[in-house]
Unconditional design. Structure first.
Length: 341
């Protein structure tokens, strides 16, 4: 979530390429890692709560902040971003849709509705697979099949989706739900299978080397044209492999080096959701203001990122952790939790 602030601050270059390395790095693993973590904690919640209670908690925590963004925060952010892009040296249209940065909340709501059936299906299928294969191979095969199915579904959606009515209104959410399903499923398995958890966390150096190699391969592939379906599927395979390797490298590094509570981790984790909810509006307004003040492009990007982080941090600890109504609207929480110390 915090990296997402820098990704969106990179719009300072009007998406013309000056900050493409930031967007490339983010696109290589950020959302994949996010959905792995989301799947892990979704499975943990399913183990603690009945289905109805789980859905009530998840849909409230995800749905209310999403509605606040769509109806209150996104309209002025869209207006400001259009205003900023209107001064581009060449004609460029900003990414302008009704959900903007909170598309992932709608995807998570879909996953929450399907998490219990997916787990039951996996448990039913895994028994058969595990009887036929050695321990560990069944989970790997299941995840590989889910990833392959998602790749084919993405290609089919890209080809035939535009013929569907109202396609542009839900295209990004639907495509993202298909694309990120393997990561969410992996998170479910991480929580339920000790073998999968150990596999993802046991070798940080090996995962780091694999991640760097796959980042290089993915960058090379990004420079190649996509003219056929096999080429597209090859690109998707590289995307999935890179995201998994980078995510496992990060998770295993954290497992190895962050073994006790640390204040900076606690404060960042507590405030990350609030920061992400409010940051896009902050960035769009700051880009317009710093442009008017004559800031250079790099200084605009840096000011927008730093300002959004500072405002989000202040909103969380000044409002969300103090006032129940702010916690409800921005975090979907019915009662404020104790503030981190």
């Amino acid at each position: 979530m915090i990296l997402g602030v820098f990704v969106h601050a990179s719009h300072a270059d009007y998406d013309l390429g000056s900050y493409e390395p930031i967007r490339f790095l983010s696109g290589s693993f950020r959302m994949g890692c996010f959905f792995i973590i989301s799947g892990y904690f979704s499975a943990a919640m399913l183990g603690r709560y009945a289905v109805g209670d789980f859905l009530r908690r998840r849909l409230l925590a995800l749905g209310l902040p999403a509605l606040v963004c769509v109806f209150l925060l996104n309209p002025p952010a869209l207006h400001a971003m259009r205003q900023y892009f209107s001064s581009s040296p060449v004609p460029v249209q900003p990414i302008a849709n009704w959900h903007l940065h909170v598309w992932f909340l709608f995807v998570l709501m879909l996953y929450s509705l399907g998490a219990r059936p997916v787990l039951r299906l996996w448990q039913a299928a895994s028994g058969t697979i595990l009887r036929a294969l050695r321990p560990g191979f069944g989970e790997a095969l299941g995840l590989l099949l889910i990833t392959a199915a998602a790749s084919v579904a993405l290609k089919a959606f890209e080809k035939w989706g535009p013929s569907l009515p109202g396609f542009d209104q839900y295209a990004e959410i639907t495509a993202s739900a298909i694309e990120n399903l393997p990561y969410f499923a992996c998170g479910l398995l991480l929580q339920r299978s000790p073998r999968v958890f150990l596999f993802a966390h046991a070798r940080p150096w090996a995962w780091a080397v694999a991640a760097l190699g796959l980042l290089g391969a993915r960058y090379w592939l990004e420079q190649q044209p996509i003219a056929t379906t096999p080429q597209h599927l090859l690109h998707l395979a590289a995307d999935f492999a890179t995201a998994f390797a980078c995510s496992f490298a990060l998770l295993s590094t954290a497992e190895r080096w962050i073994r006790r509570p640390r204040r900076w981790v606690t404060l960042t984790a507590a405030s990350a959701y609030t920061i992400y909810i409010v940051h896009y509006l902050c960035i769009s307004l700051l880009l317009v203001l710093t442009q008017r003040w004559g800031f250079s492009q790099p200084l605009r990007a840096l000011s927008a990122a730093a300002g959004a982080l500072a405002v989000g941090f202040a909103v969380h600890f000044g409002l969300v952790e103090r006032f129940p109504i702010a916690a409800l609207l921005l975090n979907g929480r019915l009662a404020s939790r104790p503030r981190p110390r």
